[in-house]
Design a binder for this molecule. Sequence first.
Ligand SMILES: [Zn+2]
Length: 141
Amino acid sequence: MPKTPNGYAVIAPDDVDDLTTVLKVGGAAFRVATAHAASFKALLTFLDSVEPFAEPGWDGGYAHRLQRGSSTKWSEHAAGTAIDTNASQHPMGGARYAGWTADQVRVIRWYLKTSAHGRRMEWGADFTRPDPMHFQLKAAA
Ligand SMILES: [Zn+2]
């Protein structure tokens, strides 16, 4: 079974038992790996309080695809271990914190550092090619 760079098993699109919809807010649905649903529910509830989800119909969670710009590496989204929030406001490949205010960045950093679920996550804003909409599970220990 193929794995993502962080070591999580890629989930086939018809493997519905391994996928769970953890949150539907304002029409935004997020499918994630059932095994990690609690951590993503906590993260998404937190993010919705920082900036409400504003893209009806958007599923910013599971996607069976490779990383953008790669022909070999699986996206963490393919394991259901990544989510994107309000993608149009926080585009990939631009400014590190595109669309986030300094206050929002502070509170997100605080969450990632101090919350038990948050400490399991890494933020795309820290990638070489910044992806500020994106949060994913850290590599399995
Ligand atoms: Zn993403």
